[in-house]
Ligand binder design. Structure first.
Ligand code: PXL
Length: 275
């Protein structure tokens, strides 16, 4: 199995390509990275430097087309601006074959707020990408943005009362019968996190325990785990359950207090070596 991982490379934050490469390689899946940007740290840190790498997307497309390669999966994540989104759209047009699983993580915001690089143009491009995806993994803030609602409302959502509203929003962003939307990291009460798997015909509420805190990179880890489990033959609800379970173990292993540094997922991978 081989995945093209289109994401940024951040020196600190345990997110994006670091998550994609670590998780998918450990699952026996080849990862071909396409860096959307290279940063000293993810953008939640008070200061960071970002190096643009947009040309790598078009160049990877050109070189890999000449090589005639095939991808079993394509995963898209953080994109710094709308021009990058447009290059990624071209990449997917070239490489999303009939049997390629396209997972689009519409990285645009969190905690009811869009990220600093968010723009209306980016939203339009990401919506186009979403319309081509097999699996979409928005958090609640991103789901509200995709559904054309005010992102702040994501924070007012009390999950226990609103599963129906959330699955309605998830259905409103679907463009095809066979799409799955997995709404990630919905906080429900103090110590439970919910991931909601919504397809045109059914939905599954997948709960897991956590410490009530949010950390950098958990959405990226979830997306990589989800596509890895799918490519390794798991059904979407089982894949979502396994992914959530991994994240909850990584959070439990985390002692770092600053959310920007991410979770101790390495400890969970290390334990597999000790088994
Ligand atoms: O985890 C999402 C993400 C990925 N990449 C970069 C980010 C963020 C979230 O802030 O800044 C560079």
């Amino acid at each position: 199995m081989r995945v093209a991982a289109i994401n940024d490379l951040s020196g600190f934050g345990k997110c994006s390509l670091i998550a994609d490469i670590s998780i998918l390689s450990s699952m026996g899946i080849e990862v071909c990275p396409v860096p959307t940007a290279v940063l000293t740290a993810q953008t939640g840190f008070p200061s960071y430097y970002m190096h643009e790498t947009e040309d790598m997307i078009g160049q990877s497309r050109k070189e890999w087309t000449q090589m005639g390669v095939h991808f079993d999966g394509i995963l898209t994540g953080y994109m710094p601006d709308e021009n990058v989104v447009s290059s990624v759209l071209d990449f997917t047009k070239s490489f999303a074959a009939k049997d390629t699983v396209l997972l689009v993580d519409p990285v645009m915001g969190d905690g009811g707020k869009p990220y600093p690089n968010y723009s209306k143009g980016m939203l339009e491009g990401i919506k186009e990408l979403v319309s081509k995806a097999d699996i979409i993994t928005p958090n609640l803030t991103e789901l509200y943005l995709l559904a054309g609602e005010a992102p702040e409302k994501a924070c007012e959502t009390n999950v226990a009362d609103n599963i129906e509203k959330i699955s309605g929003l998830a259905r409103s962003v679907m463009t095809g019968e066979n799409q799955n939307v997995v709404v990630t990291g919905i906080s429900s009460g103090q110590n439970e996190l919910i991931n909601l798997v919504v397809s045109s015909k059914e939905e599954h509420v997948i709960g897991c325990r956590y410490n009530g805190r949010s950390y950098s990179g958990t959405g990226d880890l979830f997306a990589a785990l989800l596509i890895g489990n799918i490519l390794n033959g798991k059904r979407i609800e089982d894949a979502a359950f396994r992914s959530a379970d991994f994240i909850s173990r990584a959070i439990a292993a985390t002692t770092e207090k600053d959310r920007n540094f991410g979770v101790n997922f390495e400890e969970v991978l290390k334990r597999r070596w000790e088994e």
